[in-house]
Write a protein that binds this ligand. Structure first.
Ligand code: SF4
Length: 469
């Protein structure tokens, strides 16, 4: 079975899902972000940048730029953002952001090609068109962004903030990937989460994006929101596929954690679908989307067979980083803006989370790193194991042995009994040195990865994570 066939199948096994439905990380990194610590700062960040640049001066870059502002709050929100109608705050933010772009540009140099750029938030389109223009000019000035064919330059857009003509302006600015937050199309659900965004509005934005020549459009949906049912969500999916026809879909599970996320306190828990109904929504979503021709990429993501993510699976080059799945795992990732996280060589580094300390640091001509982590050898081995499982749905144990000069059986002695149990339960199968995730195990990929997570095994910290399903 090749990698593409391997990912086409996903089996909803209710019994297994109920048995494994516990809290766990989404593994956009390993170790996960809570393990970053404040003993790591700018000096450690700079040292690693210089070390990796000396080792591989042409190593490509991926840039993430965080814009933390939103006009109104969505009640399901778990993001780092500032909700304000006062647009002058964006101008203040941009001032410091441009300084940080210059500082990072100076450190990394213009010789390294930028293959990927992503503007996320918050709501990046909170910035006015001329502000986005300034930002893109600065990025072009301080970094070497490659041409439209080679580079993947994406932005998250909120259709409620996109007047006619604004999408084509994004294309003119150099963006060629669009990610649109839709969440649900049922007017009652939209009202219950304070995000009223009718189908006609979404359609206008998607049509404008296609006319402007955006080659790839991603839509985000969420299941588990108040007032949703299997029937209502199927209707949303039908409208999405028939009317909007995205190249890629992310269908996230709403995790109701009002103790951590203030906006969620405005969600009426009585209106949330019961766990049974949520499972039915998930089951019918998978069936509907795969019947509609989408491939299950893994971890909430679906893509058309010719989408880059699906192609990356066929080529065995799918990766995962702080922005989720990516086709550019060979890049160092520079996060810019408050709260953003960089991944360079053996380190992760996060900027100040709140805007005021971020302004202070950057305005003094200093990078805004406030915490981070230098991965040790064991972290690096486990990161590779987890990334291969989550991206390829299989693990070549011999490849890990060759790469890290170790014996897999000796290194993962205590993990083997969990693996064996998962094999007996039908989540995994062995074929020589290959450990393969079976169709029934694919929805439980987080649980499988958790077996190799040293930190979880040694400190029961699972509670602050969302449920795996
Ligand atoms: S969900 Fe997105 S648009 Fe809504 S408040 Fe959160 S960050 Fe802003």
């Amino acid at each position: 079975m090749n990698a593409q066939q391997a990912t086409q199948q996903v089996l909803f096994d209710r019994q297994l899902i109920e048995r494994y439905n516990q809290s766990g990380p989404r593994y956009t990194s390993y170790p996960t972000a809570p393990h970053l610590h404040e003993a790591f700062g700018v000096r450690e960040f700079r040292d690693e940048v210089l070390r990796t640049a000396a080792e591989e001066p042409q190593r490509p870059l991926s840039l993430y730029v965080h814009i933390p502002f939103c006009d109104t709050v969505c009640y399901y929100c778990a993001c780092n953002k500032i909700v304000t109608p006062d647009r002058s705050r964006a101008a203040r933010y941009l001032q410091s952001l441009l300084r940080e772009v210059a500082l990072q540009g100076e450190l990394f140099g213009r010789q390294r090609p930028v293959l990927q750029l992503h503007l996320g938030g918050g709501t990046p389109t909170y910035l006015e068109s001329d502000q986005l223009h300034q930002l893109m000019d600065a990025l072009h000035h301080h970094f070497r962004l490659v041409d439209d064919q080679e580079g993947e330059y994406g932005i998250e857009v909120d259709p409620r903030e996109m007047p006619v003509g604004s999408i084509s302006r994004l294309r003119q600015l150099g963006f060629n990937r669009l990610s649109i937050g839709v969440q649900d199309l049922d007017p009652a659900v939209q009202k219950a989460v304070n995000r009223v965004q009718p189908l006609a509005l979404n359609r206008r934005v998607v049509e404008e994006a296609r006319a402007a020549g955006f080659p790839s459009i991603n839509l985000d949906l969420i299941y588990g929101l108040p007032l949703q049912s299997e029937r209502s969500f199927l209707q949303t999916l039908q409208q999405v596929v028939e009317t909007l026809d995205p190249d890629r879909l992310a269908v996230f599970n709403y995790a109701h954690l009002p103790q951590y996320f203030m906006p969620q306190r405005r969600v009426d828990p009585q209106q949330l679908p019961a766990p049974e109904e949520k499972l039915r929504i998930l089951e019918s979503t998978i069936r509907f989307l795969t019947d509609a021709g989408y491939l299950y990429i893994g971890m909430d993501h679906f893509a058309k067979p010719n989408d880059e993510l699906a192609v990356a699976i066929r080529q065995g080059i799918l990766h995962r980083n702080f922005q989720g799945y990516t086709t550019h795992g060979d890049c160092d990732l520079i996060g810019m803006g408050s709260s953003s996280i960089s991944q360079i060589g053996r380190i992760y580094a996060q900027n100040e989370k709140e805007v005021e300390p971020y302004y202070q640091r950057v305005d003094q001509g200093e990078l805004a790193v406030f915490r981070g982590l230098l991965l040790n050898e064991d972290d690096l081995i486990r990161r590779e194991v987890i990334m291969r499982l989550i991206c390829d749905f299989q693990l070549d144990r011999a490849a890990i042995e060759r790469r890290f000069h170790l014996s897999f059986a000796d290194t993962f002695q205590s993990e083997m009994s969990d693996m064996q149990r998962m094999i007996e339960e039908g989540l995994l199968e062995e074929e020589g040195e290959i450990l393969r995730v079976k169709p029934a195990g694919r929805l439980l990929i987080r649980n499988i990865c958790m077996v190799f997570d040293w930190y979880l095994r040694n400190a029961q910290q699972k509670k602050s994570f969302s449920k795996t399903i």
